[in-house]
Each structure stands twice: as C-alpha cells, then as structure tokens.
Design a protein around this ligand. Structure first.
Ligand SMILES: *Cc1c(COP(=O)(O)O)cnc(C)c1O
Length: 456
C-alpha cells in the first residue's frame, strides 16, 4: 500500500510543472504541515522529515507559517470580502497598505502601484519609466541600463533586464529587447563591524566603464535598474554600496530614472529596512514584493517619486496621463490586509507610522546575521567550499563547482533543513522568527550536506 504522500507525488509527476523544471523532474517532497519556521515533508519512500525552512518560501515567509497575526488578518478580511476589482473602486486594506509603504520607504517615494507579483511590479516600473520619458518629450528613450548578474523576474520585459548570459535571453532572444548591460560590480564583504571590504581599483575600473557606457547610450536610455547591494537569484552576490551612489550620479547626469528592485532585499533582509539605505541614496522608483506578503498571497508594489507621477499628469508626450497597467487582481484586499499585518509585525508599530528605535525586524535580522556567521563558519574549512558570505539574513556557501541540487537538498533534508541550491550556491534566507537553535541547525545541515556530497 502506498501512503497518501507517495500517491500524491505519483499523481504530480508528469502532470504539474514546477519552477524552472521539466515535467518529469522528479525528486519532490510533499508538504504535510507548515508551522512557524518548520515544514513537515514526506518523501517518495514513506519517510517524514521535520525541517527548518531555510528558503522562507522563496524569501517571503518572514514571520513564520500559520502566524497568528497574519491568520487573524486573513480571517477578518475574508469575512468582509476577499476580492473586488480595483478599477473605479477602493477599499481599506489597499489604502492602509499604501500608507504604510509610503511611511516606511525612503521619503521621496510618495505614490504606489499595487501589482500581483514581483515580476509585474518590474514590468510596471519599466512602463512608468518609458511613459515618463515620453511625457518629458524624450520618446526615443526606450532602453534600460542594467547590471550583469541581475535578476528582475520572468515576464518578458523583466527578463530582458536580467543577466543576458545567465538569464533566459538565449531561449527568447527575439522577444528580449536589447538593453545595455554594465559589468557586474566588484564583490564586497560586509564585516561584523559594518565595514564594506572590496577592491578599490576594481571599483574604479567598473565605475569608469559604466560611466562611459551610460554616456555612450544616454540618448536611448530611459532608466537604470539594479538590485541594491545584493544580487539575489542572479547569484547571491554582494557588491559595495558605493556602486549605488555611482548609479545615482549617472542617472542624475543623464536624466535617467533609477529603479531599485528591492523585491528580494526589502523589509530588512540585508540589515537595512531597504538596501538602498546602505548607500544613503533614494531611487526614483522602487519595487517591493516577497517579504511584503508575509509569504501568504502573491502581492508586490511599485513606488515612485512625486516628480515622476507629476510628469505623467502634465506630460506633453504621446502616451496618455494614465499609467498603462491594471491586472485583474490588482490591490487584492485579502493580500493587502495580510501585508498590512506583516508590515506591522516588522515595524512593531501596530499601525501606519514611524518605527520605534529598535524595530522587531532589526533585532531579528541582527540575530539571523550572528547565527548565520557562526553556524556557517565551519564550512570555510571544506575543500569543496570557495567562499562563505553573510549579509543580514542571507547566508551563502559558494562551492568551487556547480551544486547537485537534488543530492544536496536531500542531504540537507536528512539533517533537518530545507534548502534549494542553484548554480554553485547553497544558501539560506531564513524566516526572521528563526531561533538560535534553528539557525545552528540550518548551518550544520548545509555544511554537513556539502561535506557528504563532496567529501569535504
Ligand atoms: C523574486 C524576484 C523578482 C520576481 O518576483 P516574482 O514575485 O517571482 O514575480 C524580481 N526581482 C527580484 C530581485 C526578485 O528577487
């Protein structure tokens, strides 16, 4: 007799696609329960594994599964209404969420577009930049300057600004419009003392190349897009905040809009509420998602400065003053109500407003950073390991060779951790509520899995 989980895995095989996978990619676990920072997984052989979720459901589930405050927000809203269209209608959850976002974000960001996923918020940011340039009488500015190594989503425009080699450009070349790519900035290390270590000379070379590239293409560029300080899905790569100050200067010099994609980094993950704050700059447009949702329902947002919104209102270009986007589930009340509760937990404010001196996220992320630094340190001794990087609530083991995803994640599951390696990277971005013991378990499982699979 097969267990229920075994037959579920059988029924999934060949029926459902999973992310970036072939139909028959196999090697799945069934989730039987999710509670706090833990998942209860069932494998294809009747085994059960209680694991700490090092991925926080792709970096979104910061407050834990079945969080009482988020559950209560969801229940309260579902009793009222789960969804209404946003065209011509509004509701309390959307307005409250936008107020909270504007209160938390860098001060010049004043206006909010609610999108149904991170990729869509990037699409909307790019559209807005094009509409802005058109309204300013520069309709020929149709392209974007992006960084090599970046990731901004899977829809076509978002994909076009992802890394042109590691992204999916080759598969969809004709539909990925030709953007301008600056080199990947030099790597940086963020020390316990808060210093950024990097090669000064490499940074100067990068800066000179990027300034030259921007000057050369300025006439056709609408904006610059970057993930501040941490390139996530493009390689868990940390670069110096000074890069962002250079991008800000370039944007100002050539009348480009600077778009900060904070979908992975926002809401404290890198040790600042927003990663642009490491550099002390403000973007013109910012995208947020993932942690915004508390890991419950798909939602993202794009924020912009008053000048950009004003240009659309009063512009002289061919595009109308409306921002040309409006998904069916825009501003979904259920997702917004949960996001409001999620932001309140982060800031400890219990409502829209200023955060206290030591907001809950600051205490939590500082603890994650300490725990990851100590629990991943032993991995440095393994021959297979090239580098260990930690920034805020992000812990990365970079291997010398590409990671065997199925083997490594199975070895980690055996040791009580859920990780999903990619390329040569075994990394975690754990829930903010992880205890010290759970962080130790994650680090030990990652190190143990690498040691098992690569023999040290
Ligand atoms: C995850 C991510 C996206 C895409 O968000 P989805 O909600 O998956 O569409 C875009 N940019 C960055 C930096 C991300 O990490």
């Amino acid at each position: 007799m097969k267990t229920a989980a075994e037959s579920l895995l059988d029924r999934d095989a060949g029926l459902l696609w999973h992310p970036y996978a072939s139909l028959d990619s196999g090697a799945l676990y069934a989730v039987a329960q999710a509670q706090g920072a833990e998942l209860l997984l069932q494998d294809a052989h009747g085994g059960e594994h209680r694991v700490v979720d090092g991925m926080a459901s792709w970096w979104s589930m910061v407050h834990g599964y079945c969080n009482p405050a988020l559950d209560a927000a969801a229940h309260a809203q579902i009793e009222k209404f789960s969804h209404v269209m946003f065209g011509g209608l509004t509701h309390q959850p959307a307005v409250e969420l936008a107020e909270r976002l504007v209160a938390m974000a860098p001060p010049s960001l004043r206006h909010v577009f609610l999108a149904d996923s991170g990729s869509i918020s990037v699409e909307v940011a790019l559209k807005l930049a094009l509409q802005y340039q058109d309204a300013k009488g520069r309709p020929e500015r149709q392209r974007f300057l992006a960084l090599r190594g970046g990731y901004h989503g899977d829809t076509f425009a978002a994909m076009s600004v992802c890394d042109p080699v590691d992204g999916m450009h080759s598969a969809f070349a004709p539909l990925c419009s030709q953007q301008v790519f600056a080199p990947r900035p030099p790597a940086a290390e963020h020390t316990v003392g808060g210093d950024w270590l990097y090669d000064e000379e490499e940074l100067e070379i990068w800066e000179a190349q990027t300034r030259r590239l921007a000057a050369e293409h300025a006439g056709s560029l609408a904006g610059i897009i970057a993930e501040p300080v941490l390139q996530g899905a493009g390689g868990m790569f940390i670069y110096p905040p000074r890069v962002l100050r250079v991008l800000r200067e370039i944007a100002d010099e050539h009348a480009l809009l600077l778009i900060a994609d904070e979908i992975a980094t926002g809401f404290g993950r890198t040790g600042k509420l927003f990663a642009v704050q490491h550099a002390g700059i403000e973007p013109d447009i910012m995208c947020v998602g993932k942690a915004l949702t508390g890991g419950y329902l798909s939602l993202a947002a794009m924020l912009c400065i008053a000048g950009v919104a004003q240009a659309l209102r009063t512009g002289t270009g061919s595009a109308p003053s409306a921002l040309l986007h409006g998904p069916t589930f825009m501003g979904n009340p259920l997702a917004c109500a949960i996001a409001c509760a999620s932001l309140d937990l982060l800031t400890g404010s219990g409502g829209a407003g200023i955060e206290p001196a030591q907001a809950p996220w600051q205490v939590q992320v500082a603890r994650l950073e300490r725990g990851l630094r100590s629990s991943l340190a032993p991995a440095r001794a393994l021959d297979a390991v090239r580098e260990v990087r930690v920034l805020g609530g992000v812990g990365v083991i970079a291997l010398h060779e590409p990671a065997g995803v199925a083997q490594l994640s199975a070895a980690a599951v055996e040791r009580g951790a859920w990780v999903r390696p990619f390329r040569n990277l075994v990394y975690v971005m754990p829930p903010y509520i992880c205890t010290d013991a759970q962080l130790q378990q994650l680090g030990a499982a990652m190190t143990g899995a690498v040691n098992q699979v690569y023999g040290g």
